[in-house]
Write a protein of this length. Structure first.
Length: 568
């Protein structure tokens, strides 16, 4: 309803603007030339009333335009955020976080501004332009032919401008994405950048992205810069022709001074309208590029659905000859699988350690178990049923997960601990904190009410890991997945965490991804990976007899450290 009212206000305002020159023509022709002051006053009053009505309609449409456009922007951002929360992981990889932020902010703002412009001035301009042409023709058909010629030239310029602008604005948005990604990477990695002193490299990277944005912006704006003077020249030439031909017609008695004055005003209105129309099309080109980028997010594939089973106990977990290649890696052609032929089985109450060199596919097993991706071939079975039979939300709720880089959220420590289970009791929070060796929380003045910055920036790496482990334990899920979650802990603290987890091991199935043999050797079963291939599976003693990869890792870590101690 506000949108329709806004459109009506725009149309009424345009009509008021169009009546002004006609009334002025009457004042000159009937009042001033005729020497009738009464008609001057009468038509002048009409002109004032129409101008006042136009001002009222202008204020009304501005208010309505702001309300409607901002509401659309609010709903669009909400829909986009909801969609981003639900899209599949591989779609997030493809679109990239930096680009998604741009689409949520600048692209959405572009659409909002376009809607605001439509309701405020964009619809008014064509109405005024066409109305001026019609009323000018009614005043003097011959002089109006000049206006038609000017409009044809300007429309041709606008068409060419659109054809040239659209690909340029698409490149501009891509350059903006790149700049946002560079800034985001810098902010996320500011500490290692400072530690390594790689300021110059980062500055060079930013300068390159910034220069690309400058060139894209300059090229896109160049088209508009050249278009506007051509239009002004065309309308200016038309105005000169109206004065010249109108003067000749006046001398011949074929045109009145009032008509010529009205024509000049109509030419001015047409110039303003055509300039606005040009801006409309330029804005439309940018908005079209933005809407396509927003549409790409809206049309992206949703997270996996279809499974209906919600009761997940994790009595057993089995991988049968699982093979998987990341979709983004496969886009470039032939790519090496991240996992190839992985088979193992682990039961509730057991701890499975997964070990292997960097890039061997350890974290990929977590991604498949949490169903961020689906395996290309093979089967993943939970309690004897395919993983696809289970509801995705229920599946993830049944897993307490700690990632390689623990993500904490801005807010209090308590809010972070309750992230996966809001109704956890204070006793359960206390137990999880102690089991995760996160007692340092109680040493802080505010305790559980200590406010954490975004990402837990006011905690050390080891502290963040311990809070993340405590958060996973508070969830009390039937499966616990630790993805190299103790890498920042010293050996003593890690041993205490391991002992605490062992006390409650019977209540869950545990997967511990690690690069330390000192941690893996205490697990019930050990899966050894190398380049995505299963190099061994069994207990520590078994692997020390028949698994070359595990033996090499053990010697490099355990025997190597002993050798260093002796050398010292």
């Amino acid at each position: 309803m506000p949108f329709i009212c806004g459109i009506l206000c725009v149309c009424c305002e345009a009509v008021c603007d169009l009546l002004g020159p006609t009334f002025m023509s009457r004042i000159i022709n009937e009042g001033i030339r005729g020497g009738d002051n009464g008609k001057v006053v009468r038509w002048g009053v009409f002109m004032l009333l129409v101008t006042g009505a136009g001002a009222f309609f202008a204020v009304s449409r501005n208010v309505l335009a702001s309300r409607v456009s901002q509401k659309v922007g609010e709903e669009l951002r909400g829909d986009l955020f909801a969609k981003i929360m639900s899209i599949a992981e591989f779609e997030t990889d493809r679109l990239e976080p930096g680009s998604l932020i741009t689409r949520m902010t600048s692209d959405t703002q572009q659409v909002t501004q376009f809607i605001n412009g439509i309701m405020r001035i964009f619809l008014k301009a064509p109405v005024v332009c066409v109305g001026s042409m019609v009323l000018a023709a009614m005043l003097n058909l011959k002089l109006s032919l000049i206006i038609y010629g000017v409009v044809i030239v300007v429309m041709a310029v606008i068409f060419i401008s659109m054809k040239l602008s659209y690909p340029l604005y698409s490149k501009l948005q891509a350059a903006t994405d790149r700049l946002n990604s560079v800034v985001q990477e810098y902010l996320m990695g500011i500490r290692p950048i400072k530690a390594f002193g790689t300021y110059r490299e980062e500055e060079a990277k930013f300068a390159g992205a910034n220069d690309s944005l400058y060139k894209a912006s300059f090229t896109a704006q160049l088209v508009i810069t050249l278009t506007s003077p051509i239009m002004t020249l065309a309308v200016g030439a038309g105005t000169v022709m109206v004065l010249a031909i109108g003067g000749s017609m006046f001398e011949a008695g074929a045109a009145s001074p009032g008509d010529i004055s009205a024509f000049i005003i109509y030419m001015s209105q047409i110039l303003t309208s055509l300039t606005t129309i040009t801006n409309i099309f330029n804005t439309f080109v940018r908005t079209k590029a933005s809407t396509e980028r927003i549409s790409e997010v809206i049309k992206s594939k949703d997270d996996f659905t279809g499974g209906k089973i919600t009761d997940i106990k994790f009595e057993t977990l089995e991988f049968r000859n699982v093979k998987f290649t990341y979709p983004t890696a496969a886009l470039g052609g032939k790519a090496r699988p991240a996992l190839d032929g992985i088979s193992f089985k682990v039961s509730r109450g057991e701890t499975l350690a997964i070990i292997g060199p960097t890039g061997s596919g350890k974290s990929t097993i977590c991604a498949l178990l949490l169903r961020f991706y689906d395996a290309d071939s093979g089967e993943i079975l939970i309690d004897g049923r395919p993983i696809s039979d289970y509801n995705v939300e229920a599946l993830r709720n049944a897993i307490g997960y700690v990632s390689q880089k623990p993500m904490l959220f801005s807010g209090t420590v308590e809010e972070n601990l309750r992230f996966g289970r809001e109704n956890a009791s204070n006793e359960e929070l206390d137990k999880a904190i102690k089991d995760a060796q996160a007692d340092f929380i109680y040493e802080k003045p505010e305790g559980l009410m200590t406010v954490l910055g975004s990402g837990g920036v006011n905690l050390s790496g080891g502290q963040k890991q311990r809070v993340a482990i405590a958060r996973a334990l508070v969830k009390k899920a039937p499966a616990l997945v630790l993805d190299d979650a103790t890498s920042a802990l010293d050996a003593l603290t890690e041993a205490k965490v391991r002992e605490a987890l062992k006390r409650d091991a019977d209540s869950r199935l545990t997967i511990n991804i690690t690069q330390r043999c000192a941690s893996a050797r205490f697990a019930d079963k050990i899966l050894v990976l190398e380049d995505g291939v299963q190099a061994g599976f069994g207990k520590h003693d078994e692997l020390m007899k028949n698994c070359r990869v595990y033996i090499d890792i053990y010697k490099s870590q355990i025997e190597g450290s002993h050798g260093e101690e002796k050398a010292e």
